[in-house]
Design a protein around this ligand. Structure first.
Ligand code: P1T
Length: 381
């Protein structure tokens, strides 16, 4: 099955009881048993373990990411936390210095006293990465493209190294989505999503996902999820499943609009730098062409003046674009990373990686491009 067919049919079956084409919202917490320990249906006992609406979504997730097992969580961070909880004191994780602020906060603060060691590095230089590997290295965690600077990590090259050392390799595929990038095909073991974003696609649900290449690892993480409980509810599962069915169409328009917005900003006199993998000027443009099928809808930029005030007044003036956290919905959003999504990253760490106070991040939606450019132009003026 090819991708556009998979988003609609992958892992999906008509409801066995009614033939309903879309799996209904099974709003139930428990399932009848015919005798103690003998459930009426072999797959369903108690909805923390499995619920048919969530199962339909999880099968769709596995299908579109080419994995053996998908799991749906109550948020992206809950999905990340489920994986990190499988580690123990003394284990080491090699991750990025440019991550979604909430992921950074979890690694740097929530797990601070856990004894798990996190290395936050730049992935331009795979040699530095290799010098950090030792027998305690258990997980490599990358976001590519990163939030908010749109840096890339070479998934295939990293996977070759993690395989050699028997280290698990997880990729946060939120910005790219499986329409643009397939980490499991490139050698990663686990894909994570904030399904709140492009998978849901309509800014109406908070959800997360893990997809495992290997069925045994999938079962291990399912047990972890079942035993700790951060599952996605049936209504939210239904919404993400519905969102996935148009993922390919939405991503095509996000890519078209993202490219045009990036090109417009790059030529604008008030703009200093534009961070978008589809621009030939982007440091990772060649890698993006190699590992992605398109460049997505996320564009960051900063101002010639370098002034926070310029970013703030731009963000106060946009009209069609909405100033809000989050991304990946049909509507365009703008965000000020330094005071919003990445406020929990210490100022000196933010500045060291390039998240300056004049940086603006746009989630370019699927509106008419002429309206978006006109809105950006008036806000820049
Ligand atoms: O918000 P939640 O569903 O828990 O997902 C966390 C998360 C994980 N990974 C990436 C790359 C993300 O962008 C996010 C959430 N990001 C935002 C809310 C944001 O505005 O950047």
């Amino acid at each position: 099955m090819k991708f556009n067919t998979k988003v609609i049919h992958g892992g999906q079956h008509p409801d066995p009881h009614t033939g309903a084409v879309m799996t209904p919202v099974y709003q139930t917490s428990t399932f009848a048993q015919t005798s103690p320990g003998k459930p009426f249906h072999p797959d369903y006992e108690y909805a923390r373990s499995a619920n048919p609406t969530r199962s339909a979504l999880e099968q769709a997730l596995a299908s579109i990411e080419n994995g053996a097992k998908g799991l749906a969580f109550s948020s992206g961070l809950a999905a990340t936390d489920c994986l990190i909880r499988t580690l123990k004191a003394g284990d080491e994780v090699i991750t990025m210095n440019d991550l979604y602020g909430g992921t950074y906060r979890m690694f740097a603060r929530i797990y601070k006293d856990s004894g798990i060691i996190f290395h936050f590095i730049d992935w331009d230089d795979l040699e530095h990465f290799q010098t950090l590997i030792n027998e305690n290295t258990k997980l490599v965690w990358v976001e590519t493209p990163t939030n908010p600077l749109m840096k890339l990590a070479d998934i295939e090259a990293i996977a070759k190294i993690t395989k050699k050392h028997n280290i698990l390799f997880a990729v946060d595929n939120t910005f790219a989505t499986p329409y643009l990038q397939k980490p499991l095909d490139l050698g990663a073991d686990i894909v994570m999503h904030s399904a709140t974003k492009y998978l849901g696609g309509h800014s109406d649900v908070i959800a997360g996902a893990l997809v495992m290449k290997d069925a045994e690892l999938g079962e291990k993480l399912h047990f972890q999820q079942f035993a700790t409980g951060a599952i996605l509810g049936p209504m939210d599962s239904f919404l993400v499943l519905r969102g996935i069915k148009t993922l390919h169409l939405r991503m095509q328009r996000h890519c078209e609009n993202g490219q045009k917005v990036a090109e417009f900003l790059e030529k604008h006199l008030k703009v200093k730098a534009v961070y978008y993998p589809g621009l030939p000027s982007h440091s990772f443009h060649d890698l993006a062409k190699k590992q992605m099928r398109g460049f997505g809808g996320m564009v960051s930029f900063n101002f010639q003046s370098g002034e926070k005030n310029d970013a703030v007044s731009f963000l106060e003036r946009v009209k069609i674009v909405t100033l809000a956290e989050s991304l990946g919905g049909v509507e365009s959003l703008a965000n000020h990373p330094a005071t919003m999504t990445h406020a929990s990253v210490p100022a000196e760490t933010r500045l060291a990686v390039g998240i300056t106070d004049d940086l603006v991040r746009l989630s370019v939606g699927i509106e008419d491009i002429e309206d978006l450019i006109a809105d950006l132009e008036q806000a820049l003026q």
